[in-house]
Every structure is written in C-alpha cells, then in structure tokens.
Design a protein around this ligand. Structure first.
Ligand SMILES: [Zn+2]
Length: 411
C-alpha cells in the first residue's frame, strides 16, 4: 500500500508508480558484519546477536551476513551459533558470510555449513579501484588470478558465491568487466557492486548499474543476482539504494541505524520505511523500532532523537500550530489524518503514536489535550497555570513537572 490519503496530492507519484521495479526488492542485513566494523560499536553478546537475527526475520529481511568467521575463534563461534539458530528455528532468512579472497577465510564457512546443514553464501571480497590497486601494489593480473582461485576454491567446497568488488564506484569500466566476468565464469551467481567509501551519487549509481547490466550480466547468459552495497559518507546512502533498485539491483545491503565503517552503511531501517511508503513492499514494520532499539543497545550506539521514524522526537511536537492541527484531526476521530497532517510518515504504520507535549512554543490546546490524555479534569485555572509555566521555560515541561502543577492546583 503506497502512502494514500484523499486529502494529499502526491507529487511523488504524478506519473504513476514511484519506484519502478522488475521484481520484489530484496534486502541483505549487514549489521552483524559491516555494522560491527564501526569504530564506536561494542561486539554484542551471542544472546543479543540471536535476538537481532530473529528481529531481522520478523521484519522479513531476506538475507543476513552472519560475520567473518576467518577473523578468529570468537567470530567463528558466533557465526556457528547463528547458523545453528537458523536451522533449529527453521528461519527463512538466507545467511551469508564475508571472506577475504583467501582459502583461510573461505574454509571456515564450508566447515560451518558441514556442521549445521545450513546453506551459506560466501561473500568473497576484493578491491577493484585504481587508487586501491596503486596503494596495495596490485596488478590487474593479480586481481584476476586471486578472483579465479577464490571463487574456484569456494565452489569446490560447494559454497554458493557472491563476488564482491570493493570500491566499484571508482573502478575503471574495463576492470569491472574483467573481474565480474572472471568470477561468473568460475561459478559466482551473485555480484555485489560496492560504494565502499561513500563516493557515488544517484546519477553514478544509475550509470554503473546500467553498465554492469549491459556489459556483464546480459553477455554472461546466466541468471546473476546483482546486489548494491552503499555507505553514507556523503549522506546519499538511502537515495543511492533506491536508485540502485530502479537501475536493476535485485538486493540492497544495509545495517540497522546505518552503523558501520566511518559514518556508516546504508540505514536498512530507512530503506524499509521508504519501500513501504513508495508501495514497493507490503510488510508489517511494527517491529522496526524494537529492531533499532535492540541493535542500538547491543552495540552501544544511541539513537539520535531526530533520527527518522525511530528517534524519540520523530512523532513528538510541542509547537502550538503543529499540535493544534494534529489535535483537531484527532477530534475528528481520524487517526490517518492526524498522523499525516504534520508528518510525511504515518506513525501508525510503524506501530507508533503522535505525542503532544507542552513547552514555550505551545498553545493552550496543547495543555488541554495533554490533560485529557492523562485523564485529568481541565479547569481554566489549571490550564492557565500550566500554560504560564511553559511560557517561562526554556525547554519542554516533563510529565512530572506538569503533574506537579496539577497537584499544587488541587491543593
Ligand atoms: Zn561496506
């Protein structure tokens, strides 16, 4: 269901469907791998990781990166436990694991598949841009040979391969073709186009993915899944991901709250919100806030109050004009109207409510509404006292402060 209200003229959809997609958009959750590469996060306990995995499943997220088991015994133990959870809870989510193009990174994935019977896609990654090649002293021949060895090795162990080229958004076209072509010839059936450093804008996304479709996927004659993996360095990650879907990506990668390297990955929660608002994904997202809060707590990264949808202030107002409009709509018994009159995102779609508070910018209608909501009888005197106190304050009044005025007025 796209955003729809008879009183909204939707300029996003003047010429029909907002996002034109060939199939259902798929999402890959990188919270437990790329997300944990953020310099600020704590590595959550395995209990928390399992809880997060279940929330991904509840949100209908298609696949999840369980981690990089080649990183050491702890990482490996956690990936094993998560794969066991997928098996024992009969989860639908498709797991994958990151691996450098090294046998020592790929082998542990096959061992976990052996131990659990769960199919895990190997996401083998390799740098592809000239700047990275120069810094690392890599020749193209070396990259091609490494690709061939890694993909062949993973295939020989029976692992499905998604082949990841880091920094694709700054790689030369002929290198993009040769790397993907080699990986596909060796048996990779998914390729991941990466904006590893957060360089690209939607225009570049369309150009690059169009190029990959025409010059790599079509000539291969194979059914190849194309993934998009983006970062937020220029604040473009959500827009880039939506552009990627339109340019033919089958799956987009992201993390809860966008936690990840530097300023982070594409915030998957915001992609979900937009796909729903655009009518491209019909999914129950009432657990979205819980998912974000559990990740926030588990990794020790607080949610900023002004964060879209799940931030504490997302549906909260104390401003007189805004609150008055919301209150009038609520008095018409129209939740749809109340939740959209001053918000581009209807809170009830995400199991959330508008909150009217009282502060220096409030009108008396805020006060009356607040008292009604708290089951307190209104009187002119009480409204006047609360209103006067709010006007003197330099911030919103807390519930406790308003309740105290109520008690004093009664006494
Ligand atoms: Zn990344």
């Amino acid at each position: 269901m796209p955003l729809n209200h008879k009183l909204i003229y939707d300029w996003n959809r003047v010429d029909g469907q907002e996002l034109r997609l060939a199939g259902l958009p798929m999402l890959d959750d990188e919270t437990l791998r790329d997300g944990l590469q953020s310099p600020s996060v704590l590595d959550p306990s395995i209990r928390k990781k399992i809880q997060i995995l279940h929330l991904m499943e509840d949100l209908g997220i298609d696949s999840a990166d369980l981690g990089l088991p080649g990183a050491g015994p702890r990482a490996r133990g956690d990936v094993l436990r998560l794969a066991q959870e997928i098996a024992s809870s009969k989860m639908r989510i498709r797991p994958n694991c990151a691996a450098r193009t090294l046998e020592s990174d790929i082998r542990p994935i096959a061992e976990i598949v052996q131990a659990t019977g769960v199919e895990i896609e190997a996401a083998t990654f390799l740098g592809s841009s000239p700047i990275r090649q120069y810094a690392e002293d890599w020749t193209l021949d070396f990259l091609l040979r490494t690709t061939e060895q890694a993909v062949n090795y993973a295939r020989s162990l029976g692992l499905p391969v998604m082949y990841v080229t880091e920094d694709t958004t700054r790689a030369r076209p002929e290198v993009v073709i040769r790397l993907y072509k080699t990986a596909i010839e060796c048996g990779a059936r998914a390729i991941v186009v990466c904006d590893t450093v957060g360089h690209v804008t939607p225009r570049g996304v369309r150009a690059l993915l169009g190029f990959v479709r025409e010059e790599v996927v079509k000539p291969s004659g194979e059914k190849i899944r194309v993934d998009w993996h983006g970062h937020s360095d220029r604040g473009m990650a959500v827009a880039n991901s939506l552009a990627a879907f339109e340019a033919g990506a089958d799956q987009v990668h992201g993390t809860a709250l966008g936690v990840g390297e530097r300023v982070g990955n594409t915030p998957l929660d915001q992609v979900l919100v937009n796909l729903k608002l655009m009518g491209s994904l019909d999914r129950d997202l009432r657990k979205l806030k819980e998912y974000c809060e559990v990740v926030s707590e588990a990794v020790g990264v607080p949610i900023p109050p002004n964060y879209p949808v799940v931030g504490a202030d997302a549906f909260r107002t104390a401003t007189g004009v805004h609150a008055a409009a919301v209150i009038k709509a609520l008095r018409k018994d129209d939740v749809e109207l109340a939740n959209q009159v001053y918000s581009g995102v209807p809170s009830h779609w995400f199991g959330l409510e508008q909150k009217i508070e009282i502060g220096p910018m409030s009108g008396k209608s805020n006060v009356i509404f607040w008292l009604e909501r708290h089951g307190i009888a209104t009187s002119d005197d009480l409204v006047e006292r609360i209103f006067a106190r709010a006007k003197q304050a330099d911030r919103l009044l807390t519930d406790a402060e308003v309740l105290k005025i109520c008690r004093e007025t009664k006494a």
